[in-house]
Design a protein around this ligand. Structure first.
Ligand SMILES: [Zn+2]
Length: 432
């Protein structure tokens, strides 16, 4: 295989090495970081650079290529006990998962009347006071606060579909982020159990939730290629390599990690005029924690950053190509011209995007996420079986064209500017 050429086959082989769950802060994520690092050292950088085994950056002065491993810690809620027991008019305990981030009930739990409030509209919620409420949907911070205002005693949300069988009947693991106060607690039940609760007329229940804070460690991997004659300007190409605990995340997002690897290889052999950093972020699924650590750790240098090219969701055979761009509309037109040159169809969405590109945009750096529409994200069905070399190669080529044009341009083609409305949305998005 020609080392200097982009290869979808090679990207697919790369993804196949990671058919395991890589939840941030667990051994699965750590071993994935080690594998990525090993692949970089043995298959990509080879003799160009040999990184120190102690985890510190080691630079080969002659090559101008550095590999770094950047560990960071984060706090997580570990669920110790979660139960939902209907006590009237029948007695039954349901399988539930605890909702993280919303504190603990007393050890014996909370017992209260039970009520289905559908979409938690204003009228339904006016009956919520003192009740454990079942909600048709997902409780996020805003809804949590509404439930507290309505005086609910607890909440039950649902996940899944009426078609699920077997393993898929397990309720999803969810959490509410960014709560300062946690006066009420909640759990998730499967759709089929939610239907039973309503049909059987559950009218009283006991809810138990106990959780505690634990500190975990994740890590980012970075390869920096020093630019030749525009080295003072920095471009980043990034993807997260962690997964959710529900599945092995081939599409979300080992495929993205493989695309970044292909581009990294390409630029070691076609040296860029601008400095480039290739980033494999940990803990994206925990709330973009890897990229947030990166923009914080390197804040002194962010003024030199011109653009972030992130990939999240990639490689499935059937799907559409989308670029979400947090930047001036003009940047969409520029990228569209590159896509046309590459002969790749892509639709643009000029908006912020729920992935690591947001951390850059929040700091005023224009940022994009290359995304492929697809199936099964955050489920056990997100496996390499739905991926293909053909799809990976197309995304690699598209991103390589964009990166190449931007890395080699005589004058960088757009300003380091993020529209005010996006910055405002990002303030909200990252509200702690
Ligand atoms: Zn993702």
């Amino acid at each position: 295989m020609d080392k200097a050429k982009i290869s979808g086959e090679r990207a697919l082989e790369f993804v196949k090495q990671f058919e395991h769950i890589r939840e941030a802060g667990t051994a699965g994520e750590r071993s994935a970081a080690e594998k990525i690092r090993g692949y970089l050292e043995n298959q990509v950088l080879g003799s160009i650079v040999c990184a120190g085994a102690d985890g510190r950056a080691k630079e080969d002065q002659a090559s101008g290529i550095v590999i770094r491993q950047e560990p960071f810690s984060f706090i997580e809620q570990e669920i110790q006990e979660a139960r939902l027991i209907v006590t009237e008019p029948y007695e039954k305990e349901y399988t539930v998962t605890g909702c993280g981030g919303c504190g603990s009930t007393p050890p014996e739990g909370v017992e209260a009347p039970f009520l289905y409030v559908e979409n938690s509209d204003e009228i339904s919620l006016s009956y919520a006071r003192g009740r454990i409420v079942l909600i048709n949907g997902i409780v996020r911070r805003e809804l949590y606060r509404e439930l507290v205002r309505a005086g609910a005693a607890g909440f039950v949300m649902l996940s899944g579909t009426p078609l699920d069988e077997g393993e898929d009947l397990r309720p999803a693991r969810r959490k509410v982020r960014g709560l300062e106060e946690t006066p009420i607690q909640g759990v998730t039940v499967h759709y089929k159990d939610a239907a039973e609760l309503v049909e059987q007329g559950a009218s009283r229940a006991r809810l138990v939730l106990r959780q505690r804070q634990v500190t975990r460690t994740s890590q980012n991997l970075v390869v920096r290629i020093q630019g030749t004659d525009r080295a003072q300007e920095i471009l980043t190409v990034s993807a997260h390599y962690d997964s959710v605990p529900e599945g092995p995340g081939a599409y979300d997002n080992m495929a993205g990690a493989a695309i970044v690897m292909e581009l990294c290889r390409y630029f070691t052999l076609h040296r860029p005029r601008r400095t480039m950093e290739f980033l494999w972020f940990g803990a994206e699924e925990k709330g973009l924690l890897g990229s947030l650590d990166y923009v914080c750790r390197h804040r002194e240098e962010l003024a030199a950053h011109r653009f972030n090219m992130n990939v999240d969701l990639a490689g499935q055979t059937v799907g559409g190509t989308v670029i979400g761009l947090a930047g001036e509309p003009e940047v969409c037109r520029i990228l569209q011209a590159y896509a046309r040159e590459a002969g790749m169809g892509v639709s643009f969405k000029n908006q912020i995007w729920g992935s690591d590109s947001n951390s850059f945009a929040w700091k005023g750096i224009p940022a994009m996420t290359l995304n492929r529409d697809g199936f099964g994200m955050h489920t056990r069905h997100d496996t390499v079986d739905l991926l293909s070399a053909w799809s990976l190669e197309r995304s690699c080529r598209l991103l390589a064209m964009i990166a190449e044009r931007l890395a080699q341009a005589e004058v960088f083609p757009f300003d380091r500017k993020v529209p005010k409305k996006f910055l405002e949305e990002l303030e909200q998005y990252f509200e702690k």
